[in-house]
Design a binder for this molecule. Sequence first.
Ligand code: UDP
Ligand code: MG
Length: 337
Amino acid sequence: MTSPDAPALSVVVPAYNEQEVLPEFHRRLAAALEGIGMAWEVVYVNDGSRDTTLEVMLGLQRQDPRVAVVNLSRNFGKEIALTAGLDHARASDAVVVIDADLQDPPEVIPALIAGWREGFDVVYAQRNTREGETWLKKATAAAFYRFMQRIGGKVQLPPDTGDFRLLSRRALDALLKLREHHRFMKGLFAWIGFPAKAVRYDRAPRAAGTTKWNYWKLWNFSLEGITSFTVAPLKVATYVGLLTAVGAVIYLAQLLVRTFLYGNPVAGYPSLLAVVLFLGGVQMMMLGIIGEYLGRIFNETKQRPLYFTERYLPSRQARISPTGAQASAKPGITAEA
Ligand code: UDP
Ligand code: MG
């Protein structure tokens, strides 16, 4: 739902401990959106930061009427912070999702808007280079995307693409209908479909602050991606089981023939142990995979709200409405389903 005085464009920025970079981000964003010919707002989401990120956002909101602030009740993680921002985006035409750390250059946004004006609903920014990242991170990211492409089936993730993208209002409305708790945003963006276009850009190193990722988190993120995207791993058990059973039957036949021909000198304790351990390991692994899905089913069935907002301060003007009416802040705690 959009009101008559809604801005045409909302820029959604999730931020966790980004006090150093936010003022510079806002300056560059405002400069980049200077000549786009659309009324815009920026929705900053404070994802339970432990530094002064909220104060910085509130300061920006006081100075600049185009700023909206959503303060979450605690840290919920980037994917949910992003969703909270999208829920609060008032734009009538399009939204842009961008990181606060300036790794996604705001200067690319006019190119995204140009793609949208050509008629595309989803215009995603595709990285040329990953400056300032180790080869190991680049290699693991590349392997992950290749793997996801193999198992993706009908829903294909574009490679070298993060969350930085533009969505038309109707694509956003579609996305907001997906309320699952395990939110692998790249997968959700791909799942909604709609005409999409890539715009290439160079990804910059982080401007300030530190990344919140480490390899354990990335591993878990990949698991999240795979398990919320496809049930293919569940089928692995079927085929590994089938293969093992066929192998066992052949082995048994061979054993019978040997016993009839040469008698049965009892040997092979080590091989027995190896087979038992191997099969035990495979079974545990398969149980683990089932567990990953089971845990997600458990979390989804609780049907909890995705997040709570501690406060929401809407942007005060975007398109000056004829009556000069201003949206006022909703006081108190509001829950979002
Ligand atoms: N972020 C967030 N909540 C979190 C972690 C990160 O809102 O729990 C935000 C962060 O402030 C940044 C964006 O998500 O704007 C991307 O985070 P980061 O730069 O750490 O990830 P990377 O660029 O390494 O993927
Ligand atoms: Mg970053």
